[in-house]
Design a protein around this ligand. Structure first.
Ligand SMILES: Nc1ncnc2c1ncn2[C@@H]1O[C@H](COP(=O)(O)OP(=O)(O)OP(=O)(O)O)[C@@H](O)[C@H]1O
Length: 304
């Protein structure tokens, strides 16, 4: 078995512009071997562009780095061979079966036929192997996409929003697969907009307007945000929420059934805001979602 690299991704100052507009700006990132790293950020913040530079599909305008010990500027072809990349909008030959699609990919990589049989078995696709790709549900399509990008046994898997539009059960099964592979030494960098998926990553990296803003474990990211969250029970959540949203010291108000989840960065100001509206709050845990909503500020996305 190939040894797990100590550092799978080590990039420094990666920068990329399109038509004179910087979409990735001075991004530095370390991902340890065998780690599942989450890549988060608003739409258009530069995640896909970063992933494409890491896997050797795009050449950075500036910056340096290594991926699996190979230089991102000089060894792009070698990097591509050792990396599996599942794109956001993966596609297959819809009128070919699962097995025929995988045979096709195996041909591209010059892999023996046995690898297809092994991959089918490994991902629980054997009994469905004759089913047409076009007739598969979202979850099975995604499993086929995963099969296609891990068949050549890459040491690094780059997944760009792999579970968008897939039901919760299939998402859970997908993540179990990812964790199994990471336990076997594969490194994974996965972009996602789902908070529950971010929480399944060993470390997360948050990018906005092309710049890396925060890196750390989920616990570190939440702790470093310095937010206080209180739960407020109320008979009129809608009215109280509307009033609290305008109150100084209150950053976010989220209704959860009959209670409100109220967040602010100054605990005294937050409690004072509640008192001013005849409400009291009990301490609650700040969630990753609270932190990200705060990080995103008022901007819906980063598309300029
Ligand atoms: N090949 C390209 N040519 C021109 N502009 C591009 C190209 N690729 C990406 N962009 C632009 O760069 C910006 C960053 O896009 P990117 O796809 O990297 O963001 P993202 O964080 O992956 O977004 P999303 O979460 O929506 O997938 C966007 O404004 C996008 O339109």
């Amino acid at each position: 078995m190939t040894a797990i690299p100590e550092t799978a991704i080590s990039i420094h100052g990666l920068t990329k512009s399109f038509s004179g507009r910087k979409v990735v700006d001075d991004v530095s990132l370390q991902v340890a071997g065998g780690e599942i790293a989450g890549f988060l950020g608003p739409n258009g913040s530069g995640k896909t562009t970063c992933i494409r530079m890491i896997c050797g599909l795009l050449t950075p305008d500036a910056g340096t780095g290594t991926v699996l010990g190979l230089d991102v500027l000089r060894h792009q072809r070698q990097i591509r061979r050792q990396v599996g990349y599942m794109t956001q909008r993966f596609s297959f030959y819809e009128d070919l079966s699962i097995e025929e699609n995988l045979n096709f990919v195996a041909g591209l990589y010059h892999l023996p036929r046995q690898v297809v049989a092994d991959t089918l078995a490994d991902l629980g696709l054997t009994s469905r192997r004759r089913q047409l790709a076009g007739s598969l549900s979202g979850g099975w399509k995604q499993r086929l996409a995963l099969a296609a990008c891990i068949m050549h046994k890459p040491r690094l898997l780059l997944l760009d929003e792999p579970t968008a539009g897939v039901d919760p059960k299939a998402r859970r099964q997908f993540w179990d697969e990812i964790h199994q592979r990471a336990a076997g030494g594969m490194t994974v960098l996965v972009s996602t907009h789902y908070m529950d998926e971010a929480e399944r990553c060993h470390r997360i990296h948050y990018i906005a307007y092309g710049r890396l803003v925060i890196s750390g474990t989920v616990a570190e990211v939440i702790a470093n945000a310095g937010l206080t969250t209180l739960t407020v029970e109320t008979a009129e959540p809608g009215q109280l929420a509307a009033r609290l949203r305008r109150a100084p010291g209150v950053d976010q108000v989220e209704p959860f059934g009959t209670s409100l989840h109220v967040t602010g960065s100054d605990p005294a100001a937050l409690r004072a805001a509640l008192a001013a509206h005849d409400a009291t709050g009990t301490a609650a845990e700040t969630s990753l979602e609270d932190v990200f909503i705060r990080l995103m500020g008022q901007s819906d996305d980063n598309i300029r």
